[in-house]
Design a protein around this ligand. Structure first.
Ligand SMILES: *Cc1c(COP(=O)(O)O)cnc(C)c1O
Length: 428
């Protein structure tokens, strides 16, 4: 409401841009904020202060860009998926769109070091940790991708690293546990609650409350209290900044649509944000539709949730009728989260971004489809975006272009995919 007052007070002022968030108080419209215990307020204030300084510090960004180029392998390519496009054209003729389809392009974050976009954020926050003079980082992880990216940043920057991981996830994601240990990180198993990501996040926050003086908590997505959603978005925006330049170079203009999967929402925020004020570019976020639309069977927070507070921020949350955080399900561990970043809630309510869901079966189909048309095995998370991109491209014109954020590679998922594919074939 205070925004309205300002607007009326100065009718000649240009209307605020959608990209011009968060407010100094950490609000994205009504969403965001800092819902944390007193003990963490000082740490958040320190982080805000340090980040405020480095935002305009050439040296910091030069150092980060150097790491992006030499350690991560950036810029990641923009890849023209011609055989996937041909598949969409086939769908188009079956569905009465005359056999035409938009060209599908993949932004190849799967080629980033450690196999996903997560490393963009952990290197940025790792450098911030050093600026604050802290020597230890902690992180939460579900599938282990953020844990591996944190352990990698810690190894490179000479920081101590403890990663909280639910014991159920430790069992399911053994390979990533081994990778973290090889990189010198300690993996701390969490046995409380459902023994998964939400519980690991609770433990990491508890650790931080007792260790803020020497420890930085690297949150793995655009979630948590201010300034985390802004900081993670800014570090991940390298994806969209590169994609924009590559579109202009290879397509000759901006794409017509961009599609990305949404767990907490960091790869989507990273590719969307540099396009957010380009109203002609349609933006589509794809959540995990799971095995059904019933509560507990999916993780489609923006489709089925309601505003509430989870892990220090006000955003859409999947809740039971009594307001408790609901159980969630997805075939992909990285989308299996009952919350979502506050900026996505803002984009949803403003109508700028459309959110939809792909279910487990559609994701699994897209997983094998991309492998067999392009020779690229995507992460199961990414497969949700691929599924929607193919469906969408088949409704569009031949001269149009769809960009998909290929957020990660699927090596970590081959055991789970093999199990699900066998199950599916037995049911047919
Ligand atoms: C972690 C992960 C995601 C989901 O996280 P976001 O913050 O929503 O991006 C998606 N894809 C891959 C490959 C991941 O590792």
């Amino acid at each position: 409401m205070s925004g309205m007052t300002t607007f009326q007070a100065d009718p000649k002022a240009p209307p605020p841009k959608l990209s011009d968030v968060p407010s100094p108080e950490g609000r994205f419209g009504a969403f965001g904020g800092q819902y944390v215990p007193e003990t963490l307020m000082a740490a958040l204030a320190q982080l805000e202060q340090v980040y405020d300084k480095v935002r305009h510090d050439r040296e910091f960004w030069d150092e980060l860009r150097g790491l992006f180029a030499t350690l991560v392998g950036r810029p990641t390519p923009l890849y023209k998926a011609e055989r996937l496009t041909a598949h969409a054209a086939e769908l188009s003729s079956r569905h009465g769109n005359g056999g035409q389809a938009a060209t599908i392009w993949l932004k190849r974050e799967d080629l980033a070091h450690t196999g996903a976009h997560k490393i963009n954020n952990t290197l940025g926050q790792g450098l911030l940790t050093k600026r604050m003079g802290k020597k230890r980082i902690i992180a939460e992880t579900g599938a282990g991708q953020h844990g591996v990216a944190s352990a990698t940043a810690a190894a490179h920057l000479g920081l101590e690293c403890d990663v909280y991981m639910g014991s159920e996830d430790v069992r399911r994601q053994r390979l990533n546990v081994i990778r973290m240990r090889i990189l010198g990180a300690r993996v701390i198993e969490v046995d409380s609650g459902s023994k998964t990501l939400k519980d690991a996040t609770n433990e990491a926050m508890r650790d931080w409350m007792g260790s803020v003086d020497g420890t930085h908590y690297i949150i793995g997505s655009v979630v948590g209290p201010h300034p985390f959603p802004m900081i993670v978005r800014d570090f991940q925006s390298i994806i969209g900044t590169e994609a924009k330049a590559q579109s202009l170079r290879y397509i000759g203009r901006l794409p017509d649509a961009i599609v990305a999967c949404v767990g907490g929402g960091s790869n989507a925020a990273g590719i969307f944000y540099p396009f957010i004020d380009d109203a002609k570019v349609q933006l589509i976020g794809v959540e995990a539709g799971g095995r059904s639309r019933s509560a507990g069977d999916h993780a489609a927070t923006l489709s089925f949730g309601a505003p509430g507070v989870l892990h220090g921020t006000l955003s859409y949350v999947l809740q039971n009728s009594d307001g408790q955080t609901a159980d969630v399900h997805s075939c992909s561990a990285g989308l299996d989260y009952p919350g979502v970043g506050p900026e996505h809630s803002y984009w949803k309510d403003s109508g700028r971004v459309t959110y939809t869901a792909a279910d487990d079966a559609q994701a699994l189909d897209a997983f094998t489809l991309l492998a067999r048309t392009e020779g690229i095995i995507p992460a199961l998370e990414t497969s949700h975006a691929i599924s929607e991109a193919v469906r969408l491209a088949a409704t569009m014109k031949a001269e149009q272009h769809v960009l998909v954020c290929c957020s990660g590679r699927g090596d970590k998922d081959v055991d789970e995919a093999a199990r699900l594919l066998t199950q599916r074939d037995e049911q047919r």
